[in-house]
Design a binder for this molecule. Structure first.
Ligand code: GP9
Ligand code: MN
Length: 425
């Protein structure tokens, strides 16, 4: 019956949402939004080398013309790409088990595409996979996407595909005609695929050599990341040629890690340091760029996460969202929440990194203390990370309650969503 909503609403208003508009509010009003989800791209490849070669030359240069968030974390779980999409569109957390796209794809949401539809935007997704993968067809329809350019929209041959399907370069190339024919302004999401485990790439598409370690996965990762970097470069060229570039903002984000903990030994060899629980959390960073043509941008070091994307984009577009329920904050606001919760309860705060039951100093990486075992004296059991840990648990639980109880059915977002949610595409 939604009895929990007032408490959650109060929490969100007081603790999660910023109260002041940022200086960039409305800076991209009525612009197209082109969101690019970079499959399995992690931040450790940015401004880094393998065998003396730059891994992501295009993205590295793009930092100079964008807002680049160097401490931006993915917050996904078992739902992988779909979890990242859920975070980005709703600013809610995915679930700790399973994929919320499957288990709660029919819930009431107040997602970015629905909100932008009301602002006169056309909304679409481009992804060359079966439309029902991750239950996307159902979820996209539910959250207001006008069009899903799925596998059926692409010409896929043996020549232009590898691994999971259509390679990223032909994917962007073939997408252009659809993108150009869309009504403007639009909000369009592109989901790349080539840089997906197990990172297969043909010889002719590899511009850099593999790494040399005991992990074939890590070794192959670098040339496929480079391939995706080149595909994005080509996409920018095509956007400029089509004239769409000038009227758009381009957001790029890594969806989740590509190299799991199983490869810690090889990763340690590559990074030249042991992968401690602290370094493990550092490795959960994914690149996040906001490219606004004509704006210089800058490198932002504040902690940030996928939960923050929705309020940030809406603020840039100048969309008022005072009644929205989001657990993230506008990344350009002054009064931001001081922690990023990972879905397993680990977290990063301004001061600390909490990982596998251990509390670290975020800046130095120094292990501060073991979590209490219950055997210490009472005054020792208040860990330094404990106060944030409690906040993280509370926030994750509020988000879970919204999803499990489908609580947005009982909340009035103050837009005309009651009519639009009934209308089918
Ligand atoms: C599949 C693509 C990759 O459509 O999103 O899926 P992932 O395994 O990364 O979730
Ligand atoms: Mn993915």
């Amino acid at each position: 019956d939604g009895n929990e909503m007032p408490e959650i609403t109060e929490y969100v208003k007081e603790k999660a949402t910023s109260k002041e508009k940022s200086d960039l509010f409305g800076v991209a009003e009525d612009k197209n939004v082109i969101f690019v989800s970079l499959e399995s791209v992690q931040s450790f490849v940015i401004n880094n080398e393998v065998n003396g070669e730059e891994i992501t030359p295009f993205l590295n240069d793009l930092i100079d013309e964008s807002y680049y968030f160097e401490n931006f974390y993915h917050q996904t779980e078992q739902g992988k790409t779909s979890d990242s999409e859920f975070l980005v569109e709703n600013s809610l957390y995915p679930l700790s088990r399973g994929a919320v796209f499957f288990t709660h794809g029919q819930n009431e949401y107040n997602a970015t595409p629905e909100i932008l539809n009301e602002e006169g935007y056309f909304t679409s997704v481009f992804h060359a996979n079966n439309k029902s993968f991750w239950n996307r067809d159902v979820m996209y329809n539910n959250i207001g996407y006008d069009k899903f350019f799925d596998l059926d929209s692409y010409e896929v041959t043996e020549d232009n595909s590898i691994g999971w399907g259509l390679k990223d370069k032909p994917f962007f190339e073939q997408s252009m005609k659809y993108l150009e024919s869309q009504q403007q302004p639009f909000y369009s999401k592109f989901i790349t695929l080539t840089n997906h485990y197990p990172f297969d790439l043909s010889e002719e598409d590899a511009s850099i050599d593999q790494y040399d370690s005991n992990s074939k996965t890590l070794n192959q990762y670098f040339p496929t990341v480079r391939y995706t970097d080149e595909a994005v470069e080509q996409f920018f060229k095509e956007l400029k040629e089509s004239g769409l570039y000038e009227d758009s903002i381009i957001v790029l984000m890594g969806d989740h890690y590509g190299i799991s903990e199983f490869h810690n030994k090889a990763m340690g060899q590559y990074l030249g340091k042991e992968i401690t629980p602290y370094e493990h959390i550092q490795l959960q960073r994914v690149p996040f760029f906001i490219h606004i043509p004509g704006e210089e941008g800058g490198v932002i070091s504040d902690i940030a996460g996928q939960i923050d994307v929705k309020p940030t984009i809406l603020s840039l577009l100048g969309v008022e969202s005072e009644k929205d329920i989001t657990f993230g904050t506008d990344l350009f606001a002054e009064d931001r929440k001081n922690f990023i919760a990972l879905r397993n309860g680990d977290f990063i705060s301004d001061k600390y990194v909490y990982s596998k039951g251990q509390c670290y100093d975020r800046q130095s990486g120094e292990l501060l203390e073991k979590e209490p075992t219950g055997l210490e004296q009472p005054e020792d059991t208040e860990g330094l990370c404990q106060p944030v840990k409690e906040k993280v648990e509370k926030e994750l639980s509020y988000s879970d309650q919204i999803i499990y109880g489908d609580l947005f059915r009982f909340y009035d977002f103050g837009n005309s969503e009651s009519e639009s949610s009934e209308s089918e595409q």
